[in-house]
Each structure stands twice: as structure tokens, then as C-alpha cells.
Design a protein around this ligand. Sequence first.
Ligand code: F6P
Length: 326
Amino acid sequence: MVEIGNFTLGVLTSGGDAPGMNAAIRAVARTALANNAKLIGVTNGFEGLVNGEFRLMGARDVGGILQRGGTILQTRRSKRFAEAKGQREAIRRMNEAGMNGLIVIGGDGSLRGAHALAQQGIKVVGIPASIDNDIWGTDMSIGVDTALNTIMEAVDKLRDTASSHSRAFLIETMGRNSGYLAVMAGIVCGAEIVLMPEVSVTVEEIAQLVEDAYRRGKTHAIIIVAEGANIRTTDLARIIDEMDVGFKTRVTILGHIQRGGRPTALDRLIAASLGVKAVEAILEGQTDIMIGMKGLGVTTVPLADVSEHSRSNALDYYEMAKTLAR
Ligand code: F6P
């Protein structure tokens, strides 16, 4: 094992950015430096690893970033790294730079990339960061709480105008194939209807629910539509309008606003906990693992398991969202 004093640690962010990635970079950097390890920041994710886009980082390089969204290391979705040739180049670059280990901060695709490197003998520890909350082995990923708060703020505002005009608002949330953000938004924003990929609902059923809400005397109907739901948001709005169910519709696609902004206290806390533990683990010689959240504590999960599964617990909350929508 490398003496800790001689350890050179790399860190990168990869995949879609998530609020709190900077807080994680800071935690990784400060913990590495506190343990006398050298730190190399890799720019542009795995693409930067293949290209050797490296810079030595000190404690001051991560000053003033804790509260900022995005990632100071930049991020990419790298096609080159997905191939064996790209991974071979990346390993050569790491060896040239004397890198003894790598912390990968990113979503499920990025953690699969981390596992591929670990399988080839590189010491790698992953940190889950993605607003989608679809990463297996962790209760929460960095960025989820901030994204949910952004959605909540937007929906609260949209409800004001929806009520004033007696309208149905269809609000599309991100989440790729996961309905987590949508169903959670449904609960915390008091939505009338939640549509998500895990549950298939027909247009007729949705129209009926909107009409029922109108008959019950509601002044608005908030319909949260996960981007992965089986019906396109704009098509659904047009059809509901044509069916004349009481409310006229408007559509708001929240889009990338959900990925930006200052991380919440919870996201900063998660980023700090995972960052510290990830560095401690790699310095102890552990590899091919992800550090995740279990409740309010941290847990260690093999990257092989993370790579093979994806997490979807949106269904666990679906009935609750429905019950509260009455
Ligand atoms: O994985 C995070 C995410 O924001 C998803 O929710 C969304 O489907 C996707 O990334 C959007 O990707 P891009 O930023 O490449 O458009």
C-alpha cells in the first residue's frame, strides 16, 4: 500500500451536474489535504481523464465554492471513456501523473465508469450525485433535495396563478426514468395528480381525475408529470383541453432550472459526509465501492452492485400522494 503521505488522489465530477457537487469537491479536497495526500482536480469528467486535463489543487482552490451550484471541475458525458480504448488512455494518464486513486462524483452512468476503472486495478471510490435519486445503494444522492426545493418553489408560484384563473397546470419535472422527484413534489406541493414512469395511466383516467377535482370545487388542478411518464406533457394538455373537463390547461416544463442553484443545507451535509468518508476509505486502501447515505448516516456499497441495479422507490410514495390529493 502507498504511504498516505505519498498518496496522490484524483477527483472528478461526471454526468449531469447536481447542486452540492462543489460541496463534495471541497470535502474531498480538505480531507485529502488534512491527511497529507496530494490532490489533482480532473476537469471535464472522464473526458478530462482521457485527455489528461489535470491540475494540482490546494486548500484555497476550494474556498468559496460550498454554496455554489454546478461544479468548478466541469462535467461531461464521455462517449470515449465508455470504450476500452478510452479507459486505457485514462489509466495511462493517471499513471503518468502518479495518481494513486480516484474519487468519482456523479450519477449511475458515472459510477459504472468508476467500476470499470476499479476492475482494471485502479483504486476508485464513488460518491452518488444526481437529482434523479435513481442510484442504487443510497437513500439520497447529492442534489436531490435542492432540486426538490426548486420544484416546490416553482409549483407554489404556479398554484397561485392556477387558482386565480381556475386552471389545470401540467408541470413537468426531470428524473429520466425515475418518478421520485415527481411523486415527492406531488406530496410536498399538494398536487392533485402525479404521473410517473412507474405507473401507467390512460388519458381518459387522467381527464376523469381532473373533472372530479373540478366537481369537488377545487379552484385549480396541479398535475405533476415526470419527464419519463408514458404520456407527453404537451399532448396531454391538448387532449384535456379538447375533452372540456372544467379547467383549461397550461403547461410549464421546469427543465434545467432543477439542476442549478445554491445547494440546500441537507445537500451540503450529505456532500460533506460522503466526501470525508470517501477519502478516508480510499486512503485506507478500499476500492471499487460507493459511499452512500443510509438514513442520516453513511454506508459502503460495492460498485458492482451499484452498476447492476437502479433504484426506484417512487412507488412507495405514490399512494400517499394520491391519498393527500383528495
Ligand atoms: O440525470 C439528470 C438529468 O437532469 C435527468 O433528470 C434528465 O433526464 C437529464 O439529466 C437531462 O440531461 P441533459 O442535461 O444532457 O439534457
